[in-house]
Design a protein. Structure first.
Lengths: 230, 259, 343, 230, 343
């Protein structure tokens, strides 16, 4: 139990003593996770919307795939991305392995099915007449979709937060494609793992708490943004 | 002299090494000095010995720093590797519960292994083909014991995690001294100093025979530097401040104890 | 080529007057044809009422005309006489759907939606839509969350929202259902004035013949996906062309030639049929009283005859008891001759 | 690339040669993940439903907490559970550390916020009049809730699958509280990590594929169950 | 104790006749009182119509009577004269909400929902509900997914679903809105028969005075959350007690004493007012024509007078042009005297 208390103390001191390394790691975590979430959203939102609103063959298969994809083991995603980015791999020429970019790629792969499945679920729940009514008030396709998005704002935000939560907290892929290189690809989860394997449990828990704080802050910003008066 | 900062950003090598060098903090000490001295930035990838050697074999790393002599020799024998140089050593220790139910305290290591097997006391193995695991397997072999369930348990994890499992299960385990010193694990040091417990680290150059994107000049730079006087001095000093004793003994240029 | 030139000729000949219309419009869902309208035109300033039984395809017609929703559509929708794409229709059309679909947010935000979707800024949109909320008697609810409105209040907001965009084409799907009688009466009068002023072409789907009479110069009767009759409202309501149309506009008693001895099928309204006192002239059909239903303002007597069960509606409450013989009488002036229903 | 192919071949041979160890690991994975999901559902569904349908103070805070909780780093959960289950810890007396039970506990902690957040989102999207209408047809509270659940079946299943996906694929907590002990607590993800650290990349990918197959099978069963004619 | 015994006495005295009722029922939302009904009783076999403007609280009253939804409710709902809990009400009540809420699934499954929720097995429930689908003319849609129905079809399914449980108390919220005129007329007659047979107490919310006349022996007028008038339907519709009630039942022209010179406020229906030809007897109010709205079957003339704008509705189309002076005349027999609205 004292380990937990210790962790709390260390978390506070890490944050408020302005430990530069901790801040750098936190910032990198935020950057990588937000970028991965953004990429996942860019790919996943249209796909999820198409699944929810479209009527093309293979719709249900895609949805089942997305649902399964939520169980994509990060370790395996990390490994596959690593193999692809290997010097001997097809994308080796870019020299991306062990860079934040590679982490973004791997985490985006992890987050995309989450986004697809949850966006589809969110949009399917809005009254199907909603889009029709928006069209009937002069909405072009894009504006109607935007209005639909605004209407399903809360579950869409939940989807975004689920995706962000999935990537910010995962460690398997981050470790494998990032390599946990200090100052370059070390993020809060890999730092926590390292601290654990060094036996510095208090520090590991401190990193975990910082991570939770970060997640909460992002959630807060997103939630407040979603509840702006309209 | 050191190259311009601009180009140093471009020049980076991948070092595949074992978790013990990272977990002990040695890399944090060495790498900045290496970069300052040669202009090469380093991406250290700390993984199991098996994975580190595999990365060298596939040309995914430029240089490998590991402690698994048998696997290393096999790898070098394949002919794709470059120089294999002795860097340093520390030693393995046999740890166990303070109560020592198998009564191994102070015994020779092969006798200790036999007693553990004989009493059926829990022994926790890393089971991950790491250098430590490889050494443990050869110790069982020397002791003439074939370990098995239920007393023999494999964690498949790194040293730190394995130490904790052993502590929780009040079992015996084999560990490198550095990790044991670094982690307050509550296990007692029962057997040490046996010649069979030497833990030797080699640096191995990867060549373009393993993959066309390998940077042999980087491999040479690292191998030369880490066996050079500056690095050897850093290795010799590392850990004294914190643990009151050095964690590694620099060995560059000495005769290789593993043959 | 020939059929093309014919089409374009007929299009041009209408383009002067037709604001919204269609040619050969077809809608199907799951392989079933829901609607087939070879030709329809509504001029600017005109109101066309569409009457039809439940499931006839009225809402489908409105949606097809506005290119609303994901229907399997064939044929052309014409705007100002020219075939129009969805984009053209979006800027011209405002629709009030059968069920008020409001967004999350306040009533004021909802009323401004149409304008905002057309690119008007938020403040401006609210300013311009506020008077319409007042006009529909829901101005005092402007700051209320739309989801807490009563059914009729929501319906009014939906109407205000559509009128606020001053559309060139207005599609109304039973807009007055759910409004209280007083509001409805006032709104009928107000809407007439507003529509005259806006120069809007309006298609009004309704089940209420009085609404059609009050608002629409022409009325179309839609049965099973096809327009069976289209003409001046008063004529359509009084001179149905076939049995389905007759039923639709209230001539629910159908009297086949075999019963009447006349060459055509005749139809009559229950309120013009009597089971009580044989009128001097007209048709007399004997039968047995099946049931007597007292209906507040009057009594409905259902009589089993050779023409099936005929309903007679009369003020007062005197009626022969069930099981007794009765003669259903209709005055000649109240009989209408129709064709057999087209199949 | 050949590593990926190699993985595929090994996965097939693992499965069809009837490798006993693989089957045992797979079964354990399934058991632990299903149990964790079940526990999470038991706790999370009522909580999510209360958040969606109730009107108590602190509702929004709970929702924000659940959303944040989706970003609970498994490593940290694993560490905290470990600390609690340590012999020296408050729950050390049960001797649960390095047992499947401990894994279920840790993974249930990870999955519960996912269930809460997604169940709340799913139920909030059903027409609020739905419950009223069910009552108006004679539904008692329980029957009305069951009907609501049936109505929101698809997003609820998506929630369940997201939770299952999260636990079946995570490795941080499984490794830490389970210890990855061969024959006792080794599951597919930890086996994949071990294979990776041994440099047996093909085997690691093979375990990953088996895991995906497992997730897909569970999804299929759940999806089919959700679409039974009614 | 005293107040308790009073309550129980009054309860017993009614228990013979009252199937559903309430005492001191209050509903509020967000601190606003939506409804306050001190006392209401509907007997078995009786139909009570509830009329009121949009937002009056009609739907709220129905919900409160059935303990439906999460309203902040005060007071008692009585079932068979005894205060009832939600559980008692669930088994007694079936409700048709203002908007048809159907489940995913087929029409047949939807129709069976009520019975299934009451514990009837699936097959049995479908068997028993099928005739009701037929009775409402949607039997042929039984296998269709409910979400693809037209508005009127959905409404019919909702009605069938409620009737299928043969409830002891039936709560109907504008059940005929959206039905086509013919179906509605038939259904009014059929429902009358069904309800007489079922011995059900029915509360019918409607905006249509004809429906009230046809189905309901008694009518309540609800304005701003309070029952302003309750009595025999014909009397309520013809003798409003205050200005709000008068407006509600169609006496929309309000003539204050200052204008008429009579002691009470008088009200009149527009169809009984004329701006064209001064009738021999009755009231004469001079004014200026504000607008003339041709309404198909007649013309509506709005005249600005000292009593505000008065509407006159007359058949035919002759009317003085806007801006001209006109005299609004009403025959004495068409005037009703009312109180000022209660505040
Ligand atoms: N949750 C709520 N918060 C605030 N006001 C509410 C809420 N729910 C209903 N109201 C208001 O209560 C009033 C009564 O609503 P109700 O639905 O009972 O009206 P109604 O008489 O059925 O009207 P309509 O004829 O339009 O159906 C309305 O003004 C409505 O806006
Ligand atoms: N997706 C669909 N699949 C199959 N049939 C459909 C679909 N959508 C609508 N229909 C059917 O098409 C017919 C026409 O529907 P529509 O909504 O246009 O009727 P309506 O004339 O507006 O009826 P109402 O008076 O009840 O509103 C109905 O029978 C309806 O059930
Ligand atoms: Mg319709
Ligand atoms: Mg209502």
């Amino acid at each position: 139990m004292d380990v937990l208390l210790d962790g709390l103390t260390q978390a506070l001191s890490l944050l408020f003593s302005g430990d530069r390394e901790t801040w750098a790691i936190t910032l990198l975590t935020l950057r990588v996770s937000l970028a991965a979430t953004a990429v996942a959203a860019l790919v996943g939102v249209p796909l999820g919307a198409a699944i929810a609103l479209g009527a093309f063959p293979g719709r249900r298969l895609l949805l089942a795939a997305a649902n399964t994809g939520m169980g994509l083991p990060p370790v395996v995603v990390g490994l596959v991305v690593t193999v692809l980015l290997w010097r001997s791999g097809p994308l080796g020429g870019f020299g991306l392995l062990y860079t934040p970019t590679a982490m973004v790629v791997a985490q985006a792969v992890i987050a995309t099915p989450v986004v697809v499945a949850l966006v589809a679920a969110a949009l399917q729940q809005v009254d199907p007449e909603f889009l029709v009514q928006m069209q009937g008030l002069g909405a072009t396709r894009v504006r109607a979709l935007l209005a639909l998005g605004a209407e399903a704002r809360l579950p869409l935000l939940a989807a975004a937060m689920a995706a962000f939560g999935a990537v910010v907290s995962e460690v398997g892929a981050a470790q494998m494609v990032g390599g946990n290189i200090a100052g370059q690809t070390r993020v809060l989860t890999t730092a926590a793992v390292l601290a654990t394997s060094r036996g510095e449990f208090g520090l590991a828990i401190a990193f975990g708490l910082v991570l939770l704080l970060l997640a909460f802050a992002v959630n807060l910003v997103v939630t407040l943004a979603g509840q702006r008066p309209r | 002299g050191a190259p311009a900062a601009g180009s140093s950003a471009e020049r980076s090598l991948i070092l595949a090494t074992t978790t013990s060098t990272q977990d002990s903090g040695l890399l944090d000490e060495l790498l900045p000095a290496f970069t300052a001295a040669t202009g090469w930035a380093v991406k250290p990838v700390a993984v199991g010995s098996g994975q580190a050697i595999e990365m060298g074999r596939r040309g995914e790393a430029d240089v490998v720093l590991v402690h698994s002599p048998a696997a290393e020799e096999e790898y070098v024998a394949e002919g794709t590797a470059g120089r294999r140089l002795l860097v340093m050593h520390n030693d393995f220790v046999l740890l166990g519960p303070e109560a020592d139910p198998a009564g191994v305290r102070g015994a020779r290591v092969d006798e200790a292994m036999r007693r553990i097997a004989g009493t059926g006391a829990v022994f926790v193995s890393r089971g991950d083909d790491s250098g430590t695991h490889a050494r443990e397997k050869s110790l069982w072999e020397q002791a003439g014991v074939t370990p098995g369930a239920p007393w023999y348990q494999e964690t498949g994890q790194g040293m730190g995690a394995t130490l904790r499992v052993a502590a929780e299960k009040a079992g015996y385990t084999l560990s490198d001294r550095a990790t044991h010193l670094a982690q307050p694990d509550g296990l007692a040091l029962l057997v040490e100093g046996d010649p069979g417990l030497l833990n030797v680290y080699h640096v191995i150059e990867v060549t373009t025979r393993a993959g066309e994107r390998v940077q042999p000049e980087a491999a040479a730079a690292f191998a030369d530097w880490i066996t050079g006087p500056d690095a050897q001095r850093l290795i010799g000093e590392f850990g004294s401040a914190r643990y009151g004793q050095p964690l590694f003994v620099p060995d560059a240029g000495k005769p290789d104890p593993t043959g | 080529m020939t059929s093309r030139s014919v089409t374009s000729r007929s299009v041009t000949s209408r383009s002067v007057t037709s604001r919204i219309g269609c040619r050969d419009l077809r809608v199907s869902a799951h392989g079933r044809e829901l609607l087939q309208v070879p030709e329809l035109d509504v001029a600017a300033g005109e109101v066309l009422a569409v009457l039809g039984p439940n499931g006839a395809g009225k809402s489908t017609l409105l949606r097809a005309l506005g290119h609303l929703g994901g229907l399997h559509r064939g044929g052309d929708v014409l705007l100002d006489g020219r075939p129009a794409g969805s984009r053209d229709l979006r800027s011209a059309v405002a629709a009030v759907l059968q069920r008020p679909i409001l967004r999350h947010g306040t009533v004021a935000a909802n009323a401004a939606t149409g304008l905002q979707l057309r690119g008007v800024g938020r403040g401006e949109a609210r300013r311009r839509s506020a008077p319409w909320l007042d006009a529909l008697g829901v101005g005092h609810l402007a700051t209320r969350p739309a989801r807490t409105l009563s059914g009729g209040e929501a319906q009014r907001v939906a109407i205000a929202r559509a009128l606020a965009v001053s559309p060139r084409v207005l599609l109304l799907d039973e807009p007055f259902a759910g409004l209280d009688a007083t509001t409805r009466a006032d709104l009928l009068a107000d809407l007439r004035v507003v529509l005259d002023g806006l120069d809007t072409a309006t298609v009004l789907v309704t089940h209420d013949r009085d609404e059609a009479v009050a608002l629409a110069g022409r009325t179309a009767l839609l049965v099973a996906g096809r327009i069976r009759q289209l003409g001046a409202t008063e004529r359509v309501l009084d001179r149905p062309v076939d049995v389905d149309c007759a039923r639709l506009v209230g001539f629910t008693n159908v009297l086949p030639p075999a019963v009447t001895g006349r060459p055509d099928v005749c139809v009559a309204r229950p309120e013009h049929c009597s089971a009580v006192n044989g009128r001097p002239a007209g048709l007399r059909i004997p039968g047995t009283v099946r049931r007597v239903v007292p209906l507040g303002g009057g009594t409905r007597v259902d009589v089993d005859t050779a023409a099936g069960t005929l309903a007679c509606l009369a003020p007062g409450s005197d009626a022969p008891p069930p099981g007794h013989a009765a003669v259903v009488t209709v005055a000649d002036q109240h009989l209408r001759r129709v064709c057999e229903p087209a199949r």
